[in-house]
Ligand binder design. Structure first.
Ligand code: WTA
Length: 650
């Protein structure tokens, strides 16, 4: 983490403000700041009544009894209600708009597929029936390790249709990461593809799966979608081809009436220990907030072409490519590949080709576009855009201004949306027709969300003072637990500030109550917006036989937001060398995936420790970022180490 005071200073200079365009407000679901405030105040006064009112937007097979049973930190929303996520995303749109495009897909090599709501329903119900014939039962776990193709969404919706719990693994993760998740979830089935395309190359998905499950026992079958048609190992007893299974099947599976609190999915994410956390979301609360937040924040209209560029392997893709847009009956665009393949204007070309009106991306992507030059987006009309969004990391005001002027032509509001895997849906964000924007601020909490910035004792801090970001009331799409580790759930999120949810972020509010997110307060690093834990990377470095000890820190990076620098000591008999450092870098990339590849590994004689033996990462961060070392270093076991380490970075 940067020193809060430094970030504070740079952000405090930001005085620009942009009101919503009049025409935009006139047509918006929430048309002005007053309406937002009225909604928010009403929601905080009586949250149960508020959420009960919102829940009418969903289709229920059976009404719920109690809106919320809250036995902190355990929440049950919409008790005894029965509903189905896939029914809400598909079946209920069949009468009103069967021919509307649900998924508009573009592959990296350039193919385009359009699936109407009718098509998508048929695909999902067919595939769900196939899953039933394989003997899968409600609450079984299914891992999805797939490219960004419609079949990934189809598989998710098929699972939710019959009560299977899906766990999507980002296609950029490698075999070890899959193995950890298989072992934790005890998944019975993996759905994958022969491969996927990324920058013109094939990603070996099926081979990674085979390697991952070599010595695991839970996985009974692997379903393989044929995407690249290249040669892969195929084990006739264990493996099935997707196209063969579906061709044989003649049934359409009904959407099962599931309980509000039946688990919908597990999504593994990095925390502060080496073990990834299985964040568990359940049916009704998650779907409700995915649904209403999509409607409010993206101000969806019937003819919008909506594009979220995230990968479905992360929470943003779950909520804002699949469940939010489809439950609203929207057209959601999905793109398989990289933003600069085969040329750096690919995103802008897609926007023009498909007449995209809402575009939701990450600050990292924007920083890369800035570096590639304004000339590139200027070659495209971008005239269909009406709303822009960002997510995943703080957006610095200059990047925001570039987005606003070069991409949005100063006519599109920007929604800077703050949220987390754990929150399930957007928590702090402008409502585009209502909220005046300030570049770099996620602005105000959504209706019903009681966000606050507090000091170490849990008391709200005065305006413009940095502190810890907390949520003071439960909300429907909150995580329910960490899979297999409920104690860790209570401990990690609810103990630091009793009765409040601790986000792990630092923030400040300005005199108008606007939130400015400063970054993580814990050992989570955001590399290109992807969430990685320092200790996961440390474990991976240390798993190399020549390494004795390792400490990993995140430092600012021009494009990626943050990048990884590792400090490691070697075991006796191993000699530090640039080749050794490179070997270790490759080792991490192979173990976890290239997103976790350290920018640099410094081989040092020893690590800075306190007298009680704790590694002082704060110092390492400063040294790696070549910043001046201020603050208390008296707890260091041996202060001379600072000079020794600084030299190693020269
Ligand atoms: C960070 C991503 C600043 C934050 C949806 C949070 C942001 C973490 C923003 C969660 C934003 C997300 N401004 N920081 N608009 N959105 N973050 O679980 O540190 O991958 O705690 O969820 O991303 O990351 P996650």
């Amino acid at each position: 983490m940067k020193d809060a005071s430094e970030t504070l200073e740079s952000l405090l200079k930001e005085k620009r403000s942009f009101s919503p365009p009049k025409l935009f407000s006139a047509a918006a679901h929430v048309p002005d700041l007053k309406s937002y405030q009225a909604l928010h105040t009403k929601a905080l006064k009586n949250p149960d009544a508020f959420w009960a009112e919102q829940a009418k937007a969903l289709h229920w097979f059976h009404p719920w009894e109690k809106t919320l049973v809250w036995d902190a930190p355990n929440a049950k929303w919409f008790t005894k209600g029965k509903l189905n996520v896939s029914y809400n995303c598909l079946d209920r749109h069949l009468k009103t708009q069967p021919h509307k495009t649900a998924i508009l897909w573009e592959g990296e090599p350039g193919e385009v597929r359009k699936l109407s709501y009718q098509d998508l329903y048929t695909e999902v119900a067919t595939f769900a029936a196939c899953l039933q014939t394989l003997g899968l039962k409600k609450a079984d776990r299914v891992i999805l390790y797939m490219p960004m193709i419609p079949e990934l969404a189809i598989a998710m919706l098929a699972c939710s249709r019959i009560g299977l719990i899906h766990s999507v693994i980002f296609g950029g993760f490698s075999a070890q990461a899959i193995r950890d998740r298989v072992e934790d979830s005890k998944a019975k089935l993996i759905i994958t593809a022969d491969g996927g395309y990324r920058r013109g190359k094939i990603v070996e998905l099926k081979r990674n799966v085979d390697q991952a499950i070599q010595n695991t026992s839970s996985v009974e079958h692997v379903i393989v979608y044929q995407r690249t048609k290249h040669e892969i190992p195929f084990h006739p007893k264990k493996d099935f081809w997707w196209h063969e299974l579906t061709a044989k099947n003649k049934n359409l599976a009904d959407a099962l009436p599931l309980d509000s609190e039946d688990p919908l999915f597990i999504l593994y994410t990095s925390g502060t220990t080496g073990k990834p956390k299985g964040i568990l979301h359940t049916t009704a609360g998650y779907l409700l907030q995915a649904h209403v937040s999509t409607k409010w924040v993206f101000d969806l209209k019937d003819d919008d072409i909506y594009w979220c560029t995230a990968d479905i392997g992360w929470i943003t893709g779950h909520t804002y490519i699949v469940y939010g847009p489809l439950s609203n009956g929207a057209t959601t665009l999905m793109y398989e590949g990289a933003p600069n393949h085969p040329h750096p204007g690919r995103f802008w070309e897609i926007i023009d080709r498909h007449k995209v009106s809402i575009f939701y991306t990450s600050p990292t992507a924007l920083r890369a576009f800035i570096q590639w030059g304004e000339k590139i987006p200027h070659e495209y009309a971008l005239s269909t855009l009406r709303l822009l969004g960002t997510v995943g990391e703080p957006i610095n005001p200059e990047t925001w201004m570039w987005y606003y002027s070069v991409i949005g032509k100063e006519k599109c509001p920007i929604v800077d949306t703050w949220w987390q895997t754990e929150t399930g849906s957007i928590m702090i964000s402008p409502l585009p027709g209502a909220t005046p924007l300030k570049p770099g601020s996620a602005t105000l909490p959504l209706p019903g969300i009681d966000a606050e910035v507090v000091d170490g004792k849990g008391n709200p801090v005065p305006p413009n003072t940095g502190g810890f970001l907390v949520i003071r009331n439960p909300w429907p799409s909150m995580l329910r637990t960490i899979y297999n580790d409920h104690d860790r759930y209570s401990e990690h999120y609810w103990k630091k500030f009793p009765g409040m949810y601790w986000t792990g972020d630092e923030a400040r509010r300005d005199e108008e109550g606007y939130f400015w997110i400063l970054g993580r307060a814990d050992d989570v690093i955001k590399v290109s917006g992807h969430r990685l834990g320092t200790s996961e990377i440390e474990s991976s470095v240390v798993s190399h036989p020549s390494v004795a000890e390792c400490a990993v820190v995140g430092i600012p990076h021009k494009i990626k937001g943050e990048c990884i620098v590792a400090f490691a000591t070697l075991k006796q008999g191993h000699v530090p060398s640039p080749e050794m450092a490179q070997t270790l870098i490759n080792h991490v990339a192979k173990e976890i995936g290239t997103i976790a590849r350290p920018e640099e590994i410094r081989l040092v004689p020893r690590l800075p420790k306190t007298r009680s033996g704790k590694i002082m990462r704060r110092l390492l961060r400063k040294i790696a970022a070549k910043e001046e070392i201020v603050g208390d270093t008296t707890t260091l076991e041996d202060p001379s180490i600072i000079e020794e380490l600084s030299k190693s970075m020269a």
